[in-house]
Design a protein. Structure first.
Length: 229
């Protein structure tokens, strides 16, 4: 069962070359360390997350030896800003996560069990800070399958009678400019006379272009793109 699989990592590091060593021995010895990983229980133990490692930036470096520290990702513990977050995710039988998404590209590998991925089938509205969707698509994954999630709304569910184990590699991503445009359109339709997306994008780290949405005297929506803002 997945909940009984070992939670450990094996770290391989290059050891420093001895100054007094032979001139022909140019490759270092390799240090091999084993570390038991710590598991976080969520939703009353129905979901267990086991951090494996974090990378603060890419490219990273492999200097040093010993046990590398696993830094905690902020907020919900999923996305490590500017880098990568790797963890095991175990789902108990009957576990269903809330519908959610994160500003990241996620590569989720199924190690054991048959999880179900639930996603909205059509566009939906948000009411009282909650999504209101009528239809969903359910996709059952099997060991060896990989889910690639690109900032999409989704639910993880375990509808089997055995535990599910997955390995997630979470890559921080830039904000969606398409969503910014949709947000601006909604603001204009809601009555704003002019909303400049460029300032929104700049606040999120983008400065490639400026998009201005305005309404004409007749109420017609007009979109202006100003490149190289």
């Amino acid at each position: 069962m997945a909940d009984h699989l070992p939670r450990r990592r094996i770290i391989l590091s290059n050891l420093p070359l001895e100054p007094s060593g032979s001139a022909t021995q140019t490759e270092p010895a390799v240090e091999v360390l084993t570390e038991q990983l710590q598991t976080e229980e969520m939703f009353g133990g129905l979901l267990r997350r086991t951090p494996v490692g974090t990378v603060s930036a890419v490219p990273t470096n492999f200097d040093g030896s010993g046990l590398p520290k696993i830094e905690a990702a902020p907020g919900s513990g999923v996305v490590f800003p500017g880098g990568l977050n790797v963890y095991f995710l175990d789902l108990a039988p009957g576990c269903t996560t809330p519908m959610h998404r994160t500003p990241s590209v996620d590569y989720v590998v199924v190690n054991e069990g048959t999880p179900t991925l639930v996603t909205p089938k059509t566009a939906f509205s948000v009411e009282n800070d909650k999504g209101a969707w009528n239809e969903v698509v359910e996709t059952t994954l099997r060991p060896g399958d990989v889910a690639v999630q690109r900032g999409a709304m989704h639910v993880w569910a375990n509808r089997s009678d055995t535990w599910v184990r997955m390995l997630g590699v979470i890559v921080d991503a830039k904000p969606s400019q398409i969503e910014a445009i949709y947000c601006a359109i909604r603001k204009v339709l809601a009555g704003d006379k002019e909303f400049t997306i460029s300032r929104y994008l700049l606040s999120k780290g983008s400065s490639k272009d400026s998009t201005v949405l305005t309404t004409t005297s007749s109420g017609t929506l007009r979109l202006l793109l100003c490149m190289d803002f």
